[in-house]
Design a binder for this molecule. Structure first.
Ligand SMILES: [Fe+2]
Length: 475
């Protein structure tokens, strides 16, 4: 009996140990849904617009959140606790700003003091009082893995089409389910823009926020041309370090954030204000001298595969505006979207291919920048246009994809997977033993040369404003 007791105790201890290990690794609770379950949730929630968005903070120790609430009940407060019963909770207060309608306000709060590899529970103050407690598990800070999904574009190419909106919402829900199940160590999700279709429908943002996974997954969302058709991005996001510049107008803004050793420069590529984009990069780089990696993000796919790359706007104008900034500050990689075709470039420097970047290989201190272009959630139909700079392209038009980028202080591993079964499609690793090459002299000369681009950018902005007004919005 005594022996049996000892064996049972041993088995129990082993089980507890296994359970502890398992729960530490299982970062995302299963929120999978059948299409029918999704449709029921969609129909229940679509006419509401109060789901919150969890956003990346200014660095890995902060989390931003925003939500809509009725004017009478809007209180911008969040509670954060390490306990599921919300005992010992810290309360964070933020601010309210006007919403896009008369009845509501937008609440924005920043939670600070987030520690790595820690389980938290949070509640926001909704119209019905404190929300239920949601779990957020922070990950490792020094070395971490982030995820990329592009052109979520809720609504696709349509306007006021509930069936299409729900269909794309389910693709979004499903790729999150697949990616987070297979990669429980994801720290946050970054999208290079086109989060919504019309940019002016609150229910597009509501659909984007319907998957319960995003309650535990901070988002970093760049602005795309579709978002630019309206102003809703302004009311439904809470990105850190927003930079409104001297010449930006309307929705225009860049932002930047830091996560571990990595500095992210998020450009609003739908604004040709070169002077503002350069100023944002200059400020962010100056404030982060110890960053080991620099990442650029813009919507339009410079050096991407796909038909949209044939657009002169991307090829000529945006190339002239952004590439010099990327070179000036010696970026390691640039994430793009817009062409709806997954792909990756060879190493590019000042417009030239300066080295092959073959799939499956590791490169030490390479010269040049890699451009990683994301597929689209809304459709995967733009196959077949490859270019000499293309190192990899996924030409299956029926399947979405996701990418992960894993950073350590000395390595960056980029991997792309099928969005339906996580089959590895492409990978490349960069090993870095040297610092950035943006010496003061180099930046000075490049900045001088760039003055002409800044001037032409301002001229372009004026012309673009007229064209957009005649056209009735961005493409
Ligand atoms: Fe786009």
């Amino acid at each position: 009996m005594n022996k049996l007791f000892k064996i049972s105790a041993l088995i129990l201890a082993a089980l507890m140990l296994f359970q502890g290990t398992f729960s530490a690794a299982a970062a995302f609770d299963d929120k999978s849904m059948t299409k029918e379950e999704w449709q029921a949730v969609y129909e229940e929630k679509i006419s509401d617009n109060t789901l919150p968005m969890l956003c990346v903070g200014a660095d890995e120790t902060e989390l931003n959140i925003c939500w809509h609430a009725q004017k009478e009940t809007a209180i911008p407060k969040v509670r954060l606790s390490k306990n599921a019963d919300m005992t010992d909770a810290l309360v964070f207060e933020g601010e309210t700003t006007p919403a896009e309608n008369e009845e509501q306000l937008v609440c924005r709060v920043t939670m600070t003091g987030i520690e790595e590899n820690t389980t938290y529970y949070y509640q926001w103050y909704s119209d019905n009082g404190w929300s239920e407690a949601y779990k957020y598990e922070s990950k490792s800070f020094d070395s971490f893995k982030m995820m990329l999904i592009g052109d979520i574009q809720i609504g696709g190419q349509s306007y006021d089409n509930p069936e299409e909106q729900s269909r794309i919402g389910y693709v979004w829900q499903s790729v999150l389910d697949e990616a987070l199940t297979k990669n429980p160590d994801i720290s946050f999700l970054l999208s290079p823009g086109d989060n919504t279709s019309t940019g002016e429908a609150p229910d597009e943002w509501q659909t984007l926020l319907m998957p319960e996974y995003v309650r535990s997954l901070p988002l970093a969302l760049a602005i795309g041309n579709h978002d630019k058709k309206g102003m809703m991005y302004d009311y439904y996001t809470h990105m850190p370090n927003e930079f409104f510049g001297k010449y930006f107008e309307g929705l225009d803004r860049d932002f930047w954030f830091r996560y571990g050793d990595v500095l992210y420069l998020m450009f609003d590529a739908c604004s040709g204000s070169a002077a503002d984009h350069r100023a944002m990069a200059e400020e962010a780089v100056a404030l982060n001298p110890d960053a080991k990696w620099r990442v650029g993000v813009m919507h339009q796919g410079l050096y991407a595969p796909g038909i949209a790359m044939l657009e002169p706007e991307t090829n000529i104008l945006l190339n002239a505006v952004f590439q010099p900034i990327f070179e000036m500050y010696d970026l390691d990689i640039v994430f793009t979207g817009h062409t709806h075709m997954q792909g990756r470039s060879n190493f590019i420097s000042d417009g030239l291919v300066v080295g092959m970047a073959e799939s499956g290989k590791t490169y030490k201190d390479p010269n040049g920048i890699i451009y990683l272009n994301t597929n689209a959630c809304c459709d995967q139909g733009n196959a077949g246009y490859l270019f000499p700079y293309t190192a990899y392209a996924f030409e299956n038009a029926d399947v979405t994809t996701y990418s992960t980028v894993e950073f350590t202080s000395s390595t960056m591993a980029v991997k792309t997977y099928r969005g339906d079964n996580s089959e590895l499609l492409d990978s490349i690793t960069i090993e870095k033993t040297k610092g950035f090459s943006d010496s003061e002299i180099s930046v000075f000369f490049r900045t001088m040369l760039y003055k002409l681009v800044e001037l032409l950018g301002l001229v372009y902005m004026r012309i673009d404003a007229i064209v957009v007004a005649i056209r009735g919005g961005h493409f």
